[in-house]
Write a protein that binds this ligand. Structure first.
Ligand code: GLV
Ligand code: MN
Ligand code: MN
Ligand code: MN
Length: 413
């Protein structure tokens, strides 16, 4: 088939859907979701299935030192840098079938569809699986795409620890995905990531395709409160040094700080010690996740939170230690890649709109080393990071068709 026939290259929406559903059985939960935490045996099983399917589709597999997997379909000119797509296979503890997996399976479907049509691109294509996108076991999120993008060192990634003290490197070895390849350091022609929106905008606006122009910024914190353990019955209310009270007051303040236009604020983890109902808690650990599309606003949120924490600490005789463990600035995507996604949606006659990503994505770090764009499709009621996460088969197929179009055009450019 000649280069001019790109719009006749149709992906197979049924096959894509069936692959997503089969993948979702690995770590499938009773409520219809998926719990496949990064670098667990279930993650290995998901990776193994992906690798098997890619080999069956004729791809060559490479794994790098942080466990990123690359499945390559040769082009006519293999000296050209690959046009890459991909996402992640790890999930949240209460994850769904689509977050991450959609982007990986959509990439595989592009390759399968091109095989069906016997179509050869100029540049080679690659489908990538990025390790530990979610960040729920090993913080921060997007760890391995971060190494690929030159934001984190290899040592930094491998030394992240989970709550049980297991390192990323140990867990990676345990599942057999500690590959031999150097991480990154090679040219990538372009990167496109397909993903469900994970929010309500496309569904509300009745658009099939979100043309992602940028991703908002994030700051992640770990906060330690220290007060004093003492007797619940004999310690007067006045003068108590209750670390949990400090945390509770900061949670309320952080919520107010996040309640500005386009702001987001979430406390997801809280641990008070010593976990006794008749001892006043003397130590509390909490996390905080701040997001905003405007970096200046994100900086103001940081300052307001630190001021609130200091005030609460002094009012209640507490010590507070705030550590920002991750900062991820708002990331604009590449103008040409964004335009390619928009043009593909227009050509396909699909209702589309520009959108800023509320979530973090591997694409944000790959964008550091390659021209990058993202394609969003709607998800039901905008719900994600929940087992009931759902999406329409037609929308899933439409996003994959746009992905194929964008990749093939770029590979032939
Ligand atoms: C990752 O899924 C994030 O955006 O929090
Ligand atoms: Mn995701
Ligand atoms: Mn996620
Ligand atoms: Mn994410």
């Amino acid at each position: 088939m000649s280069k001019q026939d790109v719009s006749n290259l149709k992906i197979n929406g049924d096959r894509l859907w069936d692959s997503l559903m089969e993948l979702a059985t690995i770590g499938g939960t009773e409520k219809g979701g998926v719990c496949r935490i990064a670098l667990t045996d279930l993650d290995r099983q998901g990776r193994d299935l992906f690798v098997r399917w890619c080999k069956e589709a004729g791809c060559e597999i490479r794994v790098d030192k942080v466990g990123n997997i690359f499945a390559r379909r040769p082009g006519r000119d293999n000296t050209k840098p690959p046009i890459m797509t991909g996402s992640h296979l790890d999930t949240q503890p209460t994850g769904g079938k689509f977050d991450g997996c959609y982007g990986v399976m959509a990439g595989l479907e592009v390759i399968r569809a091109l095989n069906d049509h016997g179509y050869e691109t100029e540049a080679p294509l690659e489908v990538s699986v990025w390790t530990n996108e979610e960040g729920c076991r090993f913080a921060p999120a997007m760890t391995a795409s971060g190494v690929f993008g030159g934001v984190f060192t290899l040592d930094y990634a491998l030394s992240r620890t989970d709550p049980d003290g297991v390192t990323f490197g140990e867990a990676l070895k345990q599942i057999g995905y500690d590959g031999p390849e150097a991480v990154g350091g090679r040219p990538v022609g372009a990167f496109f990531e397909a993903h469900i929106e994970q929010g309500p905008i496309l569904e509300r606006e009745d658009r099939t395709i979100g043309v992602v122009t940028a991703a908002q910024g994030q700051r992640w914190y770990e906060i330690q409160w220290t007060g004093m353990e003492s007797h619940a019955g004999t310690t007067p209310m006045e003068g108590r040094r209750d670390a949990l009270l400090g945390a509770a007051l900061l949670i309320a303040e952080a919520r107010k700080i996040g309640a500005r236009p386009n702001g987001r604020s979430t406390v997801g983890v809280i641990e008070s010690k010593p976990q006794s109902r008749n001892t006043i808690p003397g130590r509390v650990f909490m996390t905080l996740d701040f997001r905003h599309p405007d970096d200046a606003e994100l900086t103001r949120m940081d300052a307001e939170m630190r001021a609130a924490a200091a005030r609460i600490a002094s009012e209640h005789g507490l010590e507070v230690k705030i550590e920002q463990i991750w900062y991820f600035p708002p990331t604009p995507f590449d103008a040409k890649c964004v335009a390619a996604v928009r043009a593909a949606a227009e050509k396909a006659g699909l209702p589309h709109m520009d959108i800023v990503s509320g979530a973090g994505h591997d694409a944000c770090y790959v964008a550091k080393v390659a021209p990058t764009g993202m394609i969003f499709v709607p998800c039901k009621d905008g719900i994600s990071h929940n087992e009931i996460e759902d999406a329409r088969k037609d929308d899933i197929a439409a996003g994959c068709q746009i992905l194929l179009q964008a990749m093939v055009e770029r590979a032939n450019a």
